[in-house]
Ligand binder design. Sequence first.
Ligand code: FES
Ligand code: FES
Length: 157
Amino acid sequence: MSGRTTVSVLVNGTEQRHDLESRTLLVQLLRDACGLTGTKVGCDTSSCGACTVLVDGESVKSCTMLAAQADGASVTTIEGLGTVDAPHIVQSAFTEAHALQCGYCTAGMVLATVSLLEEIPQPTEEQVRIGLEGNLCRCTGYHNIVQAVLAAAEARR
Ligand code: FES
Ligand code: FES
């Protein structure tokens, strides 16, 4: 694919319309064109999940998708999930369970968790670990992340 294209995406409820190189990835649209740098790039092999966002409610690694493929879609990034004063239930659970250290993986983990809990509202610990296996964390050893997800599931009841 070459040349340029105009992409229109609803990001966190706001229409974002940008003229981009056709090869632009969704993560580049979000970070560079929209200025939403909560979405991270942690690898160049589609393996870390730091770039995870919700596209029409489904978790997607935004480095694996062209921005043009999201044309017409609704995208939620970490900036659109909650606020400092009114955090999303998953964000609160991560905070309370100390489920982060450097925080680089956290936006992706949180959004992957939101998607997981939509799919499996009351997951077992094993289902949490399997559900988040596409998201890597080099700091925490995962234990507190898993506890946070289970706590968020409980809080959603
Ligand atoms: S930056 Fe997308 S999976 Fe690592
Ligand atoms: S908290 Fe540092 S990579 Fe997960």
